[in-house]
Design a protein around this ligand. Sequence first.
Ligand code: SF4
Ligand code: SF4
Length: 700
Amino acid sequence: MLQALQSPAQATYGLISGQILFLVLNTLGLACFAYIVARRLTPLLHGERDLRFDRPLLRLEKVLQFWLGQWKHPRYRTAGVVHILIFTGFILLATRAFSLLILGISENFALPDSSAGIGHFYEVIADYAATVVFLCMVFAVVRRIIFRPARYEVPARHGKSHKVDAIFLLGLIAILMLSESLFEASKAASLAQQGHAEFLAFFSLAWVLRNALSSASQSTLWNLHRGAYLLDVLTFYFLLCYRPFGIQFHVETSLFNVYFAKLDRGTVKPVRWGVSDEQLDQVKSFGVKTFEDFTWKHMLDFYSCADCGRCSDNCPANSVGRPLSPRFITIKARDYSFQHYPMFGSAGNSKSLIGGIYSEDEVWSCTTCGACEEECPLLIEYIDKIVDLRRGLVDDGNVPKSIQKALKALESRGNPYGKMEKKRADWTKVEDFPDIKILNGKASADTLYFVDSITSYDDRIQAIGRATARILKDAGENFGILGAIEKDSGHDVRRFGEETLFMALRYHNVDAIKASGVRRIVTADPHAFNALKHDYKDVPLVEHISQVIAREVKSGKIKLSRVENENNVYAYHDPCYLGRHNQVYDEPRDVLDAIPGLKRVEMSRCRDRSSCCGGGGLMLFYEPKEEERMGVKRVQMAAEAGANVIVTACPFCMVNMEDAIKVAGMEGKMTAIDLAELVDQHIAREGPKAGVVREEYVTA
Ligand code: SF4
Ligand code: SF4
């Protein structure tokens, strides 16, 4: 038999037989990997509970869509396509990798059977897969070195660049692809020289190498053959054991991370899983203060991050220079975990994360807009972690002063402005405004219009409340408001980490809503909408006013007149808590498109990639360190899209947009209007007011 045809198991390496050598290498490699993974998983055993074993079919669906289907990757076209090619290549090469490892200890082992048609077919597929993966590695290295996409860069405040590590790993994968192709090519070249032409996939790496080696001597080919095999095995196990020390660990953890991903949008995790609201007073410490306060799933998130930078690239806080970059929330926690839980020896004492790896400003800078989570291909969660870190700060009394004031007012008056409860319905007391039922036990209605604090008390925003009420009247709704007995929905109180206050507000509102006897709730405030839909329990179905308008425009109950100024160009800004968190993207656009003559354009960032206006709720009371305002960026985007009117469907967006128009010096060039106001302005009503622009909407 020709030497070049020998299996690595029959070869000798120095004085050691191949079979013994590879038996030792396989055993050592697997044992090392098992040890490393066990050490890496140790912190998860110390983490908090997280109930992620429900709804297995839905979880499986997520795996098929986001892991196997790589659903989110093409959101970045070039990198996404490259990742899909690499991922598909790895899946296809998994059988060959296993087969190659066994070949070292079991002579002529092949899976699938190489003497059968299926075996040949698989070899061709695997040859192309290895070639594609190799080329992708070359491409990725060139991209990292020459084109250097900004999202991979590490700002100085977050530590050292990750480039060398990334290139090293890409290089190792390239070596793996090269070594297995060389192993095959050297054998094929040897056979070809002896008249036994073996089919290799045209233009594959193995095919190119075989042709390049066609005139090499038999002994060179034999040395290359067994050398390539040894290199392949060593690289495989080195990669396997090195991956858990860095970003490549996601290769192992991503499947589990996606399976255990959060299933419910718009929700916030409970203070402690398995502890009911009624038992919360028995919880000694709220939120996350040390690493072990994170849940095991959140720790798994830290291991699963691929360091792709998509989250931070889309984070509005990061883009305006706030001290927050979600990618580094993960990377810093992962580095902490690696140092704190070393490979050998026992774990160190737990240290406070705030002041240790995170700063307070970093944690308060998040608007909970959800852009990072929407973008992450591995479904890594941020909002729950940030809320948990805030809960820890609140528990220790470390709350920024401006927010403390608002929280105190919420506690005493039920609104963050500290205004009198009895003035809550004063927005209805204007001339020419129809009577609105107050559902405080004296009247009944089918529908509750939940107004919430900003619309009740802010002089400018009250116009949105009046527009909403008029639209509900026009739609023939039998509705009322809670008036003085309504309290703040508590949406942002919860997201700022004040769970106990949130619960008090929720209990109060739920009782008032139940006592009103309504069958449904409507609100024009996406924050209230999200709270009533996801944070409250046992309340009737809730809709945002844009959904009601869209339906009633369709049914013909609401008729819209022609736009007054046909030169205006409108751009719709998706509020985070209506769009990303609740997937209401189409209805507001349908409403705009139903106004005859209205010209609408889309901003570069729209729908699930919409950019946060600066945040709602308590964000209005917090002045973070930043280089630029998020709202200013947003109105500039509207101008770039060719719009001169920015339409939103959230009172907080309205405050931020109008402020941004002034700050950006765009008064007279750009106007902001709420969707409800725009519709109220265009409802074709009977009588002299039909089609007249109300003074209260003239904003700039
Ligand atoms: S939720 Fe928004 S602001 Fe917060 S980290 Fe994610 S992208 Fe940034
Ligand atoms: S969290 Fe997700 S989006 Fe952000 S860097 Fe990691 S893998 Fe990429």
